[in-house]
Ligand binder design. Structure first.
Ligand code: HEM
Length: 241
């Protein structure tokens, strides 16, 4: 549809802006996916490191949560930084998911029949499936996670301002643990392949750097996954209570 509108605009003589023109191409959508993906990985790394402050006890963790609402003061007013971050991350998620969905529709239209033989192409198809289903799991997780620990509306034990207590209350029940563990494993797989893909799209990859890019992507995936998993595991083991 977007490509059609783009062609109509060209026929009518209207010049689309370079950004709109880029968005209509597959390369442009991949570049958007790569850059929004890297931005989200940066956020996740910081979020994971921040979560580990839970091991220093309720006072440290809750004061860290309070600090997140004061970043940028006095230049920024109150929790403005947090609101800016929410808008930027929200846009990144929407653009990342929209580009992924549109690229997969294009891919399906271009190749409606499935692979028959076990070849390198089938391996690619396996990675594509993992990325697609992992992406859907992560999108559902993000919505639930925000309702659970950020807005608190999906969490019967939520107490405003007691971030430490909210996290501990969550992981003392078995089912939030299952949701978090499944989502974190999906996240690890997604980052592992996504980082490599982003490096290729953005032109950082060549024959010499392939192995290094794989190592960096896998290390990031393992560190972020284990770092996030440490919190529910510590609560289940009674180390954090
Ligand atoms: C075990 C893993 C995780 C734990 C324990 C956790 C914990 C939390 C907590 C306690 C908050 C609320 C912070 C506050 O109100 O100050 C929060 C917010 C948030 N988390 Fe997580 N998180 C985890 C994983 C993730 C993952 C994997 C993602 C993204 C894919 C994510 C994205 C977010 C976002 C976007 C916010 C909202 C920040 C805001 O209020 O603007 N989290 N998380």
């Amino acid at each position: 549809m977007a490509a059609y509108r783009f062609r109509v605009a060209l026929t009518l003589g209207a010049r689309p802006t370079p950004i709109v023109a880029l968005w209509t191409t597959s390369v442009g959508k991949k570049a958007v996916m790569a850059s929004t993906g890297l931005l989200m990985v940066l956020f996740l790394l910081l979020h994971m490191l921040g979560n580990l402050k839970i091991f220093f006890g309720p006072a440290d963790f809750n004061s860290y949560a309070g600090y997140l609402r004061r970043i940028g003061e006095p230049v920024l007013h109150g929790a403005w930084y947090l609101y800016i971050q929410r808008v930027v991350l929200g846009l990144a998620v929407i653009l990342h998911f929209t580009a992924a969905y549109q690229l997969s529709r294009r891919d399906q239209k271009a190749r409606p029949t499935k692979y028959v033989h076990a070849t390198g192409a089938q391996k690619n198809s396996f990675a594509t499936h993992t990325m697609r289903w992992g992406g859907v799991i992560l999108l559902l997780f993000i919505v639930w996670h925000l309702l659970d620990l950020s807005a608190g509306v999906a969490n019967p034990h939520y107490v405003d301002g007691n971030v430490y207590g909210n996290v501990v209350a969550d992981f003392t029940h078995w089912w939030p643990n299952v949701i978090y563990i499944v989502a974190m494993l999906a996240l690890g797989l997604h980052i592992n392949h996504g980082f490599w893909s982003a490096a290729n799209t953005l032109g950082y990859s060549n024959a010499r750097r392939q192995a290094a890019i794989r190592v960096v992507g896998s290390t990031l995936a393992v560190v972020i996954t284990l770092g996030f998993l440490a919190v529910p595991i510590a609560v289940m083991a009674g180390l954090v209570r």
